[in-house]
Design a protein around this ligand. Structure first.
Ligand SMILES: C[S@@+](CC[C@H](N)C(=O)[O-])C[C@H]1O[C@@H](n2cnc3c(N)ncnc32)[C@H](O)[C@@H]1O
Length: 298
């Protein structure tokens, strides 16, 4: 959905833009093509993504790459001496590069050490979640972040297995999940549990709403925010923040007059989220779950 994002951001050649999830730099590259004197701040917490970005765009004066969590957007902009921005893009979740790198342990397709850290300098990995969480903590994570109906059973099997020895690899985890969740045509039994553990390891949903609110605060009048999500949990957060920021009064409906004084600050430009075209879905299967929401600052 690169084209849709670029159109949605309505890029000004001299504007200041933020790509909070730089990844392989695909979206950033397209933003850069539209800039003349403008500036792009590319943020990622994965050193490998940034190293690839430096190699790809190293001689581009319009690009500043920052290793950080986009949730620290206020500090990042303050440190760069930037007050307001013209646009911000978030393409949430894990990158294809991360998923396809066998030793990163993001995917059930490869047997690797249980890892799943986007920031490989972090001391907390999938190994810690799987081996140190209690049965009820594991069950909650798998149910909440994976929406996995067999969460309780999977958590119980994990706890049973680690009585014998720690669970060290994705392969061992796959075998445990496959004892409980049966294979169905068109879906892998491990998808939901792996997603849940990854979200927990990288605190993907924590403070996401606050970060989006801060980004909206820092947008100039007419500035745009575009966010791509890959599952309903993320999409719900984006939808709710956009809804609240695009509403005037948020008082209880039973009150005769407004006492909250809440003012609408954005216009939602995508009443229904944009989804990938049939063509893109054919080429890139991940895009089948993608939803793009765009809003403009008033
Ligand atoms: C879906 S990929 C982005 C792909 C990118 N738009 C492109 O065109 O190549 C998501 C990237 O964002 C990074 N990421 C996810 N959450 C992050 C966060 N909270 N702070 C910084 N980077 C994050 C991941 O490490 C990953 O590289």
């Amino acid at each position: 959905m690169v084209q849709e994002c670029i159109e949605g951001l309505n890029i000004k050649p001299d504007g200041i833009y933020v790509d909070g999830t730089f990844g392989g730099g695909g979206h950033s590259g397209k933003i850069l093509e539209h800039l003349t004197t403008g500036r792009l701040i590319g943020i990622d917490k994965d050193d490998t993504a940034l190293a690839v970005g430096r190699e790809r765009y190293g001689n581009c004066n319009n690009l500043t790459l920052v290793k950080n969590d986009f949730k620290n957007i206020a500090d990042i902009l303050d440190e760069l001496g930037i007050d307001q921005i013209d646009g911000v893009l978030l393409d949430l979740g894990v990158s294809s590069f991360q998923l396809d790198t066998d030793y990163r342990g993001f995917s059930y397709r490869f047997d690797a050490k249980l890892d799943m850290r986007m920031d490989t300098t972090s001391s907390f990995s999938a190994y810690d979640v799987v081996n140190s969480y209690s049965e009820s903590e594991l069950s909650n994570v798998i149910f909440r972040y994976g929406e996995e109906p067999f969460a309780k059973k999977i958590a119980r099997e994990i706890v049973e297995a680690r009585k014998v020895k720690p669970i060290e690899t994705t392969g061992e985890l796959v075998k445990i999940i496959e004892k409980v969740v049966f294979k169905k045509k068109g879906s892998n039994p491990c998808t939901k549990t792996f997603q849940a553990i990854r979200i927990e390891v990288n605190s993907e949903l924590d403070r996401l709403d606050t970060a989006i609110n801060t980004m909206i605060d820092r947008l100039r009048q007419g500035g745009r925010i575009a966010i791509i999500t890959f599952h309903s949990l993320e999409d719900r957060i984006v939808k709710n923040v956009f809804k609240l920021r695009s509403t005037d009064c948020i008082c209880d409906k039973s009150l005769p007059v407004c006492i909250c004084g809440h003012k609408k600050e954005i216009n939602i430009l995508t009443r229904k989220p944009i989804v990938a075209s049939a063509e893109e879905q054919k080429i890139n299967t991940r895009s089948t779950c993608a939803k793009l929401r765009i809003a403009e600052k008033l």
